[in-house]
Design a protein around this ligand. Structure first.
Ligand code: HEC
Length: 263
């Protein structure tokens, strides 16, 4: 017994210590925002997702790709085929090779994925101080507490506090591991002009682009949540029907009648 107790104490100590170590060294915990798509029946805020696409297009697409998201998928957030064609045509994508074997490019089409703005990884790193801007298709799924994390990164820049040293070419960001990120602050107040009159503050631009990236990472969420709601509705009605029939069936028994003789 003594042996078991010693092991238990040792384990508690180790777990306790690693917890403290993590708390001391890790980046700040993300800000906790409210997202319309959270919860079992949550849905995307479509006007916000559309504004987020504008933010992505005008800002993030200068460095990041969305290789699992195709222009045609934009129909799910309310864009007509003509608009989708026009969005795609703004991009240049690899178009195979010409007759002499040299690579050529062509304008994007609705079936293309949203391409990287760099020809290859080396070019991307060279333009970003050695860091590779990751593909953002699944970023909100790939990071713990993804929507809040991405929102916090976008709003986590600021003066480098005294005593913290940031390597050349990096920027202080309290939500990024090591507090130093290679991405320069991408968003600030007024950076994108919205047509629907929504204030274009840094927080709003960030919120909209996170809504967009959450849609990109899980475009089937609306359908799944609608089906879930339908199933719950069905179960509620079904439970009510069962309850009523149970009452009816047991009524004679409860009233003390002999079910078979009185029937
Ligand atoms: C000038 C280029 C540039 C622009 C513009 C840019 N990024 Fe980045 N981004 C980077 C680079 C480089 C990294 C890699 C940072 C690192 O590893 O230190 C990065 C990393 C990220 C990360 C990943 C953080 C992680 O946990 O790995 C997210 C999320 C992100 N960017 C979102 C965005 C969003 C959203 C936008 C548009 C609002 C945007 N970026 C605009 C260059 C850019």
């Amino acid at each position: 017994m003594k042996f078991v107790k010693t092991i238990a104490i040792a384990l508690t100590a180790v777990v306790g210590m690693s917890g403290t170590a993590l708390a001391a060294e890790g980046p700040e915990h993300p800000m906790q925002m409210e997202w319309s798509f959270e919860g079992p029946f949550g849905q995307f805020d479509l006007p916000s997702v559309q504004r987020g696409w504008q933010v992505f297009r005008e800002v993030c697409a200068n460095c990041h790709s969305l290789k699992y998201f195709h222009f045609r998928n934009l129909s799910a957030i309310g864009y007509e085929p003509d608009m989708i064609k026009a969005f795609a045509a703004e991009y240049t994508v690899p178009g195979g090779v010409d007759d002499s074997g040299d690579p050529v490019t062509r304008p994007g089409r609705p079936a293309d994925a949203i391409p990287a703005p760099f020809a290859n990884e080396q070019a991307a790193r060279a333009a970003n101080g050695g860091a590779l801007p990751p593909d953002l298709s699944l970023i909100v799924k790939a990071r713990e507490d993804g929507p809040n994390y991405v929102y916090s990164i976008l709003n986590g820049y600021g003066e480098t506090p005294a005593g913290v040293s940031i390597p050349d070419g990096k920027h202080f960001n309290k939500y990024f591991k090591g507090d130093a990120i290679s991405m320069p602050q991408p968003l600030s107040d007024g950076m994108v002009d919205y047509q629907d009159g929504t204030p274009n503050t840094q927080e709003q631009l960030s919120k909209d682009v996170v809504n967009f990236l959450s849609f990109v990472a899980d475009p089937h969420l609306p359908a799944r949540h609608r089906i879930g709601l339908g199933v719950v509705g069905f179960l509620v009605i079904w439970a009510f029907v069962l309850y009523r029939s149970m009452k009816k069936l047991w009524k004679p028994v409860k009233e003390g009648k002999n079910f078979y003789e009185d029937a």
